[in-house]
Design a protein around this ligand. Structure first.
Ligand SMILES: C[S@@+](CC[C@H](N)C(=O)[O-])C[C@H]1O[C@@H](n2cnc3c(N)ncnc32)[C@H](O)[C@@H]1O
Length: 254
C-alpha cells in the first residue's frame, strides 16, 4: 500500500493539483484561531504539506515552522514557493531527526495520515506523540468509515442530479480497469478499512476509520481531550460527522 501511495504523491499531475490549493477550510481556521495564543509562540511541525496549502497560512502565524513531506516532488515545489520556510523531506513514520518534546503543535491535514496501513498508522501516532511537548496539540483529519459515501462509487450519490452522476461516471470510466486491479488489495473490518476510493482517479489505497476506533486508537497512543468536528467547525458526536472527521487532541501530561 505505502509505496504505491508514495508513487502517486510523487507524480506530476497529483503535485500540480495540490500546488494550486491555497485556502484553508473553515474548521482548520477555527482550530488554529481558537488556539491563536498558543500558535503565536509555537514551534509547529506541519506533516504532509503537499503543495504547501497550510504552509501559506501557518508560516507567519507561529514562532517556528517546519514543514515535512515524504514526497520529494512536494518538498521541491514548496521550497520553491516559500524559499524562507524550513521544508524537509521526512516520513511521518520515523521522525528521527526531531528530538522528543520539540513541538507545541503538530498538524497533519487533509487526511494525510490515511495513506499508510494500520501498523504504520500506529508508528505515526507514536512518533507524533513523542515529538510533541506534554499538552501539545495535534490537529488532523481522517476518512469516516461510517459516512454514507464510504464504499460507494461517486456516480451513485443520491444528492447529485442524474446528469452530474452520469458525467462523473464518464470521467472515471477509463480508470475502472485500474480500480479493478487495486480492489483486490482492499481490506475491510467492521471498524476500519483500506480501500481504493476514486481519489486521483483510483490512484490511492486509503484508510477509513470509524469514529469509535479512532478515539480508542488515540487513547492508546496517550492522546487526551479528543474533540471531533465537522467541516463547518461544529463539534460533533460519532453519529453526526461528515465524510472527513476533523480532530483536535492533546498529548497527555503523564
Ligand atoms: C491528501 S495530501 C494533503 C496535502 C496537504 N496537507 C493539503 O492539505 O493540501 C496528503 C499529503 O501527505 C503526504 N504524506 C502521506 N503519507 C506521509 C508520510 N508517511 N509522511 C510524510 N508525508 C506523508 C503526501 O505526500 C501528501 O502530500
Amino acid at each position: 500500500m505505502n509505496d504505491g501511495n508514495l508513487n502517486t504523491y510523487n507524480s506530476s499531475n497529483v503535485i500540480n493539483w495540490y500546488v494550486d490549493l491555497n485556502e484553508i477550510t473553515k474548521v482548520e481556521e477555527f482550530l488554529f484561531e481558537s488556539n491563536a495564543n498558543i500558535l503565536t509562540n509555537a514551534t509547529v511541525l506541519d506533516v504532509g504539506i503537499g503543495g504547501g496549502r497550510t504552509t501559506a497560512y501557518l508560516l507567519d502565524k507561529c514562532a517556528n515552522y517546519i514543514g515535512i513531506d515524504y514526497s520529494q516532488g512536494f518538498v521541491d515545489v514548496v521550497k520553491q514557493k516559500y524559499p524562507k520556510a524550513n521544508i524537509q523531506l521526512a516520513d511521518a513514520r520515523d521522525l528521527i531527526q526531531f528530538e522528543d518534546k520539540k513541538f507545541n503543535i503538530v498538524n497533519f491535514s487533509f487526511n494525510g495520515i490515511d495513506y499508510v496501513d494500520l501498523n504504520n498508522r500506529k508508528k505515526i501516532l507514536s512518533e507524533i506523540n513523542r515529538v510533541l511537548k506534554p499538552n501539545g496539540l495535534f490537529f488532523f483529519s481522517t476518512h469516516n468509515k461510517n459516512h454514507f459515501t464510504f464504499d460507494r462509487q461517486p456516480w451513485t450519490n443520491k444528492n447529485n442530479s442524474f446528469f452530474t452522476n452520469f458525467k462523473t461516471f464518464i470521467k472515471l470510466l477509463p480508470f475502472l480497469p485500474k480500480h479493478a486491479r487495486k480492489k483486490k488489495k482492499e481490506i475491510r473490518f467492521s471498524d476500519h478499512a483500506i480501500i481504493n476510493d476514486s481519489a486521483h482517479n483510483y490512484s490511492l489505497m486509503t484508510f477509513y476509520t470509524s469514529p469509535q476506533f479512532l478515539r480508542k486508537q488515540l487513547h492508546t497512543h496517550s492522546f487526551t481531550d479528543i474533540q471531533l468536528f465537522t467541516k463547518n467547525a461544529k463539534h460533533a458526536n460519532e453519529n453526526a460527522l461528515d465524510d472527513w472527521i476533523f480532530v483536535s487532541c492533546k498529548k497527555s501530561l503523564s
